[in-house]
Write a protein that binds this ligand. Structure first.
Ligand code: KIV
Ligand code: ZN
Length: 506
């Protein structure tokens, strides 16, 4: 097979990253973006985890029809039955069953013998097979498992009907040469391996997740599990955009392809960053703000003469917007629509009208509106779509002598208007206290940061916050030319996420 199957686990392993909680609507938005990106498989979640996660998998299965929709399950009957139920509406369902195979996990976590684990794996794959034809099996911590035992367990699950066998480097311990050899060993020593696709799932604890995945591909793996922006448990997973662009850019070496539409990469990366609240580091390969910026004079000179001198990827290939046309208060509906289209946004009529209204308001306050302003504005509009409480008005007084005071008016459930005021140690504290009096959800603010979207005194300020409630972290973002208003919006965004997750969990 000369094509690598791209299995995206942003919505499962990616969402497992501390503080990355997404609500059902956000997961669906990401799943649709992944479908546009043309990944082959979307791992939508682990339905046994919660009612909300079950709902998210059901909805994605019903509405996202082109890729395979996969649900994760431990090798436990209840997990598999729940996964089977969540996938009922899917056009192309897959159940992914996992159980640990390393002696470390067997001795200290599962407290079971190798034989017991092998039997459980075999019987649970057979159980999943009753729900779907497409069953994937993962021996967790495979890279620290004894290879001969690994071969046996893989042979058994393939006999039981697994059509993909995934080799996870669960703790990010492997080194590329060694991981490549492991894949080679599986190909040589598992007698029925030709009946299954070999997949890999690498974590980034040593910064080697992409290198390990690529080495595995060079040795015969034909599915790579990865996430947008490399988000995931601890140090994250292999970054989808890096894996894809390595295979594409070094086609001379790999001689392989993927189905992915690379022009959707940048846009999907922004969406995932926006919805999870995980910023992309500026020097991040492929999607970082500096990935295509040439700073040194020598490099600039080369790129002007011929881009290939210092640029191995044309930024257009990954969908980085090519021009930085500036709009302003005289720009009309048509120019705004065109710019949105160039940036990759296909908004519905209603969403376009809302975004255009916000653009006009912004143009009153800010002379030049750049692509980054437009992205921030569309993101802000998107955030307000599924709100339970909406920030209607806010008024703050503060200064070095006065007592910071905030008055806040919200629209609550059923359109009810709610208003209150509070004093605080600073303006943001006062605003948050006033909102707390109205919404009444106990939580702790764990992170607060402000950044400006563009340069200039009239720039939009973007606030990112994280709050914790009952041991779960929720992220909120808000943008406005006034940073206090942006802080209030970010807090409302985090509270709305918290409330919608609680509502979905019953
Ligand atoms: O890292 C891991 O081992 C996993 C498995 C569930 C595949 O995420
Ligand atoms: Zn993982």
């Amino acid at each position: 097979m000369d094509r690598v199957i791209i299995f995206d686990t942003t919505l499962r392993d990616g969402e497992q990253a501390a503080g990355g909680t997404l609500n059902v609507k956000e997961k669906l938005d990401i799943a649709r973006a992944l479908e546009r990106l043309r990944v082959d498989v979307i791992e939508a979640g682990m339905p046994i985890n919660s009612q909300a996660e079950f709902e998210a998998v059901c909805q994605i299965a019903r509405e996202v029809r082109t890729p395979i929709i996969c649900a994760l399950a431990r090798a436990v009957a209840g997990d598999i039955d729940r996964a089977g139920e969540a996938l009922k509406g899917a056009a192309r369902p897959r159940i992914h069953v996992f159980i640990s195979s390393s002696d470390i996990h067997l001795a200290h976590q599962l407290r079971k013998s190798r034989l017991e684990i092998l039997e459980i794996a075999r019987s649970m794959v057979a159980r999943a097979k009753k729900y779907v034809d497409d069953v994937e099996f993962s021996p967790m911590d495979a890279s620290r498992s004894e290879p001969d035992y690994l071969y046996h367990i893989l042979e058994a699950v393939i006999d039981a009907g697994a059509t993909t066998v995934n080799i996870p480097d669960t703790v990010g311990y492997a080194i590329p040469a060694e991981f490549g050899k492991l894949i080679e060993g599986i190909l040589k020593n598992v007698p029925n391996i030709s009946r299954a696709v070999i997949s890999v799932h690498c974590h980034n604890d040593l910064g080697l997740a992409v290198a390990n995945s690529l080495e595995a591909v060079r040795h015969g793996a034909r599915q790579v599990e990865c996430t947008i922006n490399g988000i995931g448990e601890r140090a994250g997973n292999a970054s989808l955009e890096e894996v894809i662009m390595a295979i594409k850019t070094r086609h001379d070496l790999f001689d392989l392809t993927t189905n992915v539409d690379t022009t959707q990469i940048y846009r999907t990366s922004r969406l995932v960053s926006e919805l999870t609240g995980f910023p992309v580091q500026p020097n991040k390969a492929i999607v970082g703000a500096n990935a295509f910026v040439h700073q040194s004079g020598i490099h600039q000179d080369g790129v002007i003469k011929m881009p290939i001198t210092y640029e191995i990827i044309d930024p257009k290939t990954v969908g980085v917007p090519s021009s930085s046309l500036v709009l302003g208060k005289l720009s009309g509906r048509h120019a705004f629509k065109e710019r949105l289209a160039e940036l990759g946004y296909g908004l519905s009529e209603d969403d376009f009208e809302r975004a255009f209204g916000a653009f006009k308001l912004l143009a009153e306050k800010k002379k030049e509106i750049t692509d980054k302003d437009i992205e921030s504005l569309v993101a802000e509009e998107r955030r307000t779509i599924s709100e339970i409480y909406h920030l209607d008005r806010i008024q703050v007084t503060c200064g070095d002598r006065g007592i910071p005071t905030a008055a806040v008016r919200l629209t609550g459930p059923d359109g009810k208007i709610l208003a209150d005021a509070a004093l605080g140690t600073g303006p943001v504290d006062a605003v948050y206290k006033a909102i707390n009096r109205l919404v009444g959800v106990t939580n702790k603010l764990t992170e607060f940061s402000v950044k400006s979207v563009t340069e200039g005194i009239d720039a939009i300020g973007e606030v990112l916050i994280r709050i914790e409630s009952d041991g779960v972290t929720y992220t909120g973002r808000g943008a406005d030319t006034d940073v206090i208003v942006a802080s209030a919006k970010a807090y409302m965004n985090a509270l709305n996420r918290l409330l919608s997750v609680r509502k979905a969990s019953g």
